[in-house]
Ligand binder design. Structure first.
Ligand code: PMP
Ligand code: GLN
Length: 391
């Protein structure tokens, strides 16, 4: 008999399975939040400017000091929060490793973690691999909000943490002030708020980011997680970070040192120089404006195809109602139209009927790619309509 680790996830990630399927069918991959173009030029320039010495060796496990202090500066500037880069910031291999380390630092056997569904695919396996279990608060429609009473009802004496995602993949909005209050209220019961803010720089309406650092006062009861992946179109750089109080940071670092030790030092230094540059806020604002134009164009193209769709306020995920079972639609569309999208059901641990016909398109692609996807959807749509023999 082959021994199996109880905590090992059984199923393949949708972000492994669907991109491979898309490649096999020559489909345009709108299923995955990955860019189809290079990163921000400033990152490449910073990388090219690196020397040939110690910047190619291990950084301190907590993160290169230049990057930790650039992050502290950015938090002061953008969120008005003072954090100590030596004791409160840890650099990780993307938000992905950050989540794993934070959950590993907080959760053990017998502990529960509240997830608010739709929830990013990684959260539940991270909790299970730490020996914990999850309890879900489920939002059942795109316009639904986190209700304070419903949230309080999923918390038990075993609840160690709640994971929220703001701005929210796939809902395309941040938590509003009332939702933040409901979440922050749980800290009175000792629950730690883990806030995944990976999409914080993609506010398409130009409004400032509001995150956990503003919502929860006690630094030992809050963790902010973020990364360069989405802000700078650099998902392959794998540079992320955590921000938490000194004691919590000590525990996060204790996990991180034995997982990856540190992300690549050259990339940390390049990111530090870009985050610290005076024109970075304007560069990010320009990126958000450009993204908005692509998102709006794609949404109106979907409307033209008769698919009701909503433009996100944050991020680059467009939700559309395909009017039939979304899993079946996605399976068929990847093969027949050669366009890959993601059914909303992958963000839920149980079926939610109002979401059953909703799909998510990742619109972080060049205009040509989006135009090609629309062209394929339109021609497939027309073919199906003309070959359909029933009313
Ligand atoms: N959290 C959410 C909500 C995401 O959508 C993603 C994917 N970008 C991640 C975390 C992982 O981000 P990273 O590339 O920084 O590991
Ligand atoms: N976060 C991305 C998404 O939701 C994908 C992450 C990945 O591909 N690992 O599409």
């Amino acid at each position: 008999m082959t021994p199996t680790a109880a905590a090992a996830p059984a199923a393949e990630s949708v972000f492994v399975r669907i991109p491979a399927l898309a490649a096999r069918h020559g489909a345009v991959n709108l299923a995955q939040g990955v860019f189809d173009h290079g990163p921000d030029q400033a990152l490449l320039a910073a990388l090219a400017a690196l020397g040939s010495g110690l910047e190619h060796q291990y950084a301190p496990s907590a993160g290169h000091p230049l990057l930790r202090s650039a992050l502290a500066g950015r938090l002061r500037l953008l969120e008005g929060v003072a954090v100590d880069p030596d004791t409160e910031v840890t650099v990780t291999v993307g938000a992905t490793e950050a989540l794993h380390c934070v959950i590993g630092a907080l959760v053990g056997p017998g502990d529960e973690v509240v997830l608010v569904e739709p929830a990013y695919e990684q959260y539940a396996p991270a909790v299970r691999s730490a020996g914990g279990t999850t309890r879900a608060l489920r939002l059942t429609g795109p316009g639904d909000r986190i209700d304070a009473a419903a949230l309080a009802a999923v918390v038990t004496p075993a609840t160690r943490a709640i994971v929220v995602n703001s701005p929210w993949n796939p809902l395309g909005r941040g938590l509003d002030a009332e939702e933040w209050r409901a979440v922050a209220d749980l800290t009175r019961r000792g629950v730690v708020v883990v806030s995944d803010e990976t999409y914080e720089d993609l506010n398409l309406d130009g409004s400032p980011h509001t995150g956990v650092l503003g919502a929860v006062a006690d630094p030992e009861l809050r963790v902010k997680i973020s990364s360069v992946s989405k802000s700078f179109a650099a998902t392959g750089w794998r540079v992320g970070w955590t921000v938490a109080g000194p004691e919590l940071t000590r525990r996060i670092r204790a996990v991180h040192q034995f997982v990856t030790f540190c992300p690549p030092t050259p990339l940390q230094i390049a990111v530090a120089s870009v985050l610290g540059a005076p024109d970075t806020p304007e560069v990010l604002a320009r990126r958000a404006r450009d993204l908005r134009a692509r998102v709006d164009g794609f949404v109106s193209a979907l409307h033209g195809l008769g698919l009701p769709a909503t433009a996100p306020a944050n991020g680059f995920f467009v939700l559309a109602d395909v009017g039939e079972d979304a899993e079946r639609w996605c399976d068929r569309t990847i093969v027949e139209a050669r366009v890959a999208a993601l059914p909303m059901s992958v963000f839920y641990s149980e079926p939610v009927p109002p979401m059953a016909s909703v799909v998510r398109f990742a619109v972080c692609k060049r205009r040509e790619t989006l135009d090609e996807a629309v062209r394929r959807l339109r021609s497939h749509h027309t073919r199906r309509r003309t070959s359909c023999t029933w009313p």
